[in-house]
Design a protein around this ligand. Structure first.
Ligand SMILES: NC(=O)c1ccc[n+]([C@@H]2O[C@H](COP(=O)([O-])OP(=O)(O)OC[C@H]3O[C@@H](n4cnc5c(N)ncnc54)[C@H](OP(=O)(O)O)[C@@H]3O)[C@@H](O)[C@H]2O)c1
Length: 249
């Protein structure tokens, strides 16, 4: 579990810190050599190698919950489950269920109930708004519907993460896409990133990137510390940690 610094006020040389608990969060994404996570048609990103898939599965297996945006689910129609016997055995030894909980983030709740995701053997939770929950209430697809809204009827991800901590979720893998990652970075809710650079160029000005949203000015840009670099055949696996604001004062 991590301490999240949610607010720093520097006034008269005094720094006040408010801290709260939330799960540890790691973004895991594959990117093209030109920094795209999908092509301009927003197709599912299936350009990673088997080594990248194994890496992703390892990150999924190390988590209590998987978080992804509705755009990602619409693109893939499925989620990645843990299937490697050794990873399943490790989870059993740790007293965990075979699969982490898969949490879909959507404001609108507009998801097709016919997609394969709803047939996969995982626990599904929905993180949404009051309006987004309407269709899914009194149905069986989602085991839990979490409604956390801001005063502007957007999803209150910070409070939702605190709630997940209370439910015993300590590690979350965030599997994209660029919109969800951007909004979580803006709120300082990301701890680590794994980016796999794959040997292809997708191009396209409107093709999604790991972090879309409105972007950051350089002075306020989240800073990273490189933790490790691994090269497997033609792919480079980059592991970063987010520097906390307090480390930059
Ligand atoms: N290369 C990779 O590793 C990788 C991984 C994942 C995805 N992808 C690609 O990324 C693309 C999808 O990414 P995306 O950026 O379009 O979608 P996304 O981030 O997966 O989902 C965005 C959607 O999530 C919902 N949402 C709820 N709260 C949000 C919040 N606070 N901030 C942002 N979104 C919120 C909204 O759904 P509603 O519209 O329902 O309200 C929003 O439209 C696809 O092309 C997919 O193939 C690639």
């Amino acid at each position: 579990m991590d301490f999240l610094i949610i607010h720093i006020l520097a006034k008269n040389s005094q720094i006040n810190l408010m801290i709260q608990h939330r799960p540890h969060t790691t973004v895991v994404m594959a990117i093209s050599a030109d920094g795209k996570i999908a092509d301009v048609r927003r197709s599912p990103a299936r350009f990673g190698s088997l080594a990248d898939k194994a890496h992703l599965e390892k990150q999924v297996a190390a988590s209590d919950a998987i978080l992804f945006g509705a755009g990602t689910l619409r693109a893939y129609g499925t989620t990645l489950t843990v299937s490697h016997p050794q990873l399943l055995q490790q989870r059993t030894h740790l007293g965990k269920s075979a699969q982490p909980v898969h949490i879909v983030v959507t404001h609108s709740g507009k998801l097709n109930p016919e997609i394969n995701f709803f047939k996969q053997p995982v626990k599904r939770w929905l993180l949404t708004t009051t309006a987004g929950a309407v269709f899914w209430q009194n149905r069986t697809e989602f085991e839990q519907i979490l409604i956390f809204e801001t005063s502007t009827e957007k999803i209150d991800i910070s409070t939702a993460l605190q709630h997940l901590t209370n439910l015993g979720i300590t590690r979350i893998a965030i599997l994209g896409g660029g919109s969800l990652t951007a909004s979580m970075l803006e709120l300082n809710l990301i701890d680590e990133l794994w980016l796999t650079i794959c040997p292809l160029i997708l191009g396209g000005a409107s093709a999604p990137t790991p972090v879309d949203g409105i972007g950051f000015v350089p002075q306020l840009a989240p800073r990273l510390q490189l933790l490790e670099v691994q090269t497997v055949e033609q792919e480079v696996f980059l592991h970063y940690r987010l520097e906390r604001l307090v480390e930059r004062i």
